[in-house]
Design a protein around this ligand. Sequence first.
Ligand SMILES: C[S@@+](CC[C@H](N)C(=O)[O-])C[C@H]1O[C@@H](n2cnc3c(N)ncnc32)[C@H](O)[C@@H]1O
Length: 321
Amino acid sequence: MSTRYPLHRPIQGKVREVRTAALTRAIARCTGPRHGARGGLWQIAHVERYTAENRANWDERVPAHVASPDYQVAEFAADPGFLSRVVRFDRPRLGDLTGQRGIHLQCHIGTDTVSLARLGASMTGVDFSAPAIEQATALAAAAGADATFATCDVYAAAEVAGPGRFDFVYTGIGALCWLPSVRRWAAVVADLLRPGGRLFIREGHPVLWSLQDGRGDDLLVIDYPYFERPEPTSFDEPGTYVRTDAVFERTVTHEWNHGLGDIVTALLEAGMSITGLIEHDSVPWEALPGLMEPAGDGEWRLTDRPWRLPHSYTLQAVRRG
Ligand SMILES: C[S@@+](CC[C@H](N)C(=O)[O-])C[C@H]1O[C@@H](n2cnc3c(N)ncnc32)[C@H](O)[C@@H]1O
């Protein structure tokens, strides 16, 4: 039986409280002053457990994603010109990557990282899931791609990969929702880039993330946070977003939304200039099951009046000199 991953279903009831000095230090690295002492402390108390539970969930998804037809892993070795659908979508906006040094944040099993290498970039991929990095490394070797990988939390990427080394940072498609602070993320992006280097992100739109799913009608109802909140929305979901028969055990996850203004402001404050922002009427997974239809080449779009909803966006920004 195949499973599809609905967008949301929050856990009922309160998460339990855990407070240790290690947690306090961990969240202090991951949050800015924005939420104030009360919000910061709340996050400090929980972020280590959120991250550990999210990582366990991602570790478990890796073999299922590698085996799923949706990630098309076998195609990379079989066809030296093969590119992931996500990168094919981005290609008109990516420009010439020849000779550029790129870093892919939250690279998962490396399909997009290898695709960017095939467009001429020298790529580094980072992800906090060791099984994902193992698979990404194997994929790059099988594909003969110029890509190396490291296991690390995204907030530690500049320490691990080296500050100021990259011509571009690439990320998105289900990446930002795992991060408690978009300000902290924006600071990491700016740290990784050389002056004049650019960020390229295509991501699920925060309005899409805020929608209630499984309503049984065609109404689009905002039910989850649009703005970044210190506390996550927690889910207990059995499946994943690709076709698979795998049965998962580590099914609890914790996610944060970030409004478009939160993201743009965080980048501006980190020393980046916004050079492009496009909202798209499609998204590369079936984000609202039952309400969407295939839109070609792996994209999905609302069946009924898709112009009601910004499905995803591409944002580009350049590090100021
Ligand atoms: C939906 S995938 C990103 C997807 C990528 N666009 C793809 O489909 O290949 C999300 C990735 O974020 C990673 N991730 C989540 N939280 C992270 C964190 N705090 N630091 C680093 N990686 C993280 C997960 O391990 C997972 O590989």
